[in-house]
Design a protein. Structure first.
Length: 91
């Protein structure tokens, strides 16, 4: 519960929908008693009261900056080592 209570506006989470499926969402509003999420590209929202947080909200683990930097460097090295071929255009 402590991890969920630290969530703030614009944090991303997974929310369990009424049909029991999990949906990637963003927090758009919160109070001490509830959190409201935007759950789709249309802008529909779902409000979850505090007594249902543990069952219906999953935090998303943030990757460490070290891991992110390593991945970025890997992609940068890889992209520079791949030769590009240009097709000669006929007039």
């Amino acid at each position: 519960m402590e991890g969920i209570s630290r969530l703030k506006k614009l944090d991303f989470t997974f929310v369990r929908r009424s049909n029991k499926q999990w949906t990637y969402s963003i927090i758009c509003d919160r109070t001490e008693d509830s959190i409201r999420f935007v759950i789709d590209e249309v802008g529909r929202t779902k409000k979850i009261s505090r007594d249902r947080w543990l069952k219906n909200i999953r935090r998303i683990q943030k990757s460490s900056s070290r891991h992110h930097k390593t991945q970025s460097q890997h992609h940068r090295r890889r992209s520079t080592s791949v030769p590009t071929r240009r097709k000669k255009l006929e007039p």
